[in-house]
Design a protein around this ligand. Structure first.
Ligand code: SF4
Length: 326
């Protein structure tokens, strides 16, 4: 009988799902993704998560609930680190424990640790453990992992070509007809989740606006910028966002930045402020911060977005893009 592996459509999904989906499919498993986020995902997620959790963690719980009765296993690795000498948000590290304590009646969770601060052989042990739920053949597992890596590399190239993985699906390319280009900044699971982001990217695209996201940046370039910081940014998502902000402030090829943050995000409380300093204050680039939680009303977000775009258009017409700061 075919093993069914469930992959929740949240958090690390937007960065890594092509790798693990391919991995399990190559091993002969059936991969079932949870449905794109909707009102029900959010509502059940909120009811089944601790109050202190940020919005994407609550949404993630909703995705796990969506899969609960449909699969044999839920793929929910304990992600500690995805780059050497760096860390990821502590909520990723404790996610398997949070989920299994908050949601009852779950199928077994595949929760082995991914930690790039450990040796390569430790990483491969993790991969073999992931595969062992489908087959005990290490050769097959290694081959499936290599296939997954190939697909993952292509996924990253497509994003750099301008395709936006909205809800994890490359349905649209950023090719707006307007003269405005906006960088949409934030964690991938915030900006590409259509419901969770209140259709932020789609709303901008409907006005013909060109979009840039951190995932479209050249990895080496943003690393070079991030390395000029006085202290190493040891959070991986933070380094990506900050390196992108520094690059954009330098080349000035955008008209504004919209930063989407989750209320209660410890990492964003520092990163967002640093991004704003680098871009708005030092780079003189218009900056809009949108902070969302489960109570945020879409109408308020729309009003702020419209006012922001009006201001950019006005600047282009009348101001010659003088600084908005100071
Ligand atoms: S980085 Fe922020 S938004 Fe992301 S999981 Fe951690 S606390 Fe939540």
């Amino acid at each position: 009988m075919t093993v069914k592996i469930g992959i929740p459509r949240g958090l690390w999904f937007y960065d890594y799902y092509p790798l693990w989906k391919t991995f399990y499919e190559e091993l002969g498993a059936e991969v079932i993704l949870s449905n794109p986020t909707n009102k029900k995902t959010l509502d059940v997620g909120v009811r089944n998560t601790v109050d202190e959790a940020c919005l994407p963690v609550k949404i993630f719980h909703g995705h796990v609930l969506d899969l609960r009765d449909k699969v044999d296993y839920i793929f929910l690795p304990k992600i500690m680190s995805v780059y050497e000498k760096e860390y990821i948000c502590p909520k990723f590290c404790g996610l398997p424990e949070m989920v299994s304590h908050s949601i009852k009646g779950l199928p077994p969770i595949i929760d082995r640790e991914i930690n790039f601060n450990k040796s390569r052989s430790s990483l491969m042990k993790t991969v073999y453990d992931f595969g062992s739920y489908v087959t005990k053949n290490p050769v097959k597992i290694k081959r499936a992992y290599n296939c997954g890596l190939e697909v993952y590399k292509k996924y990253k190239v497509r994003i750099q070509e301008g395709f936006l993985p909205i809800n994890g699906d490359f349905s649209n390319k950023t090719n707006g007809k307007s003269s405005i280009t906006i960088a949409v900044m934030g964690h991938s699971y915030n900006i590409y989740d259509q419901y969770g982001s209140m259709n932020l990217i789609t709303k901008l695209q409907q006005q013909g606006i060109n979009i840039i996201t951190p995932e479209m940046m050249n990895y080496r370039t943003i690393n070079d910028y991030a390395e000029t910081l006085e202290k190493k940014m040891f959070w991986s998502y933070g380094r990506k966002l900050l390196g992108t902000a520094m690059y954009l402030a330098d080349v000035k090829n955008i008209d504004g930045i919209v930063y989407l943050s989750s209320f209660g995000c410890g990492i964003d409380s520092i990163i967002e402020d640093l991004v704003e300093r680098k871009t708005r204050k030092e780079g003189k680039i218009p900056f809009l911060l949108i902070t969302v939680d489960e109570h945020t009303g879409e109408a308020g977000v729309n009003t702020r977005l419209e006012a922001f775009i009006d201001m950019i258009e006005w600047r282009q017409r009348n101001e010659g893009n003088f600084s908005t700061h100071g």
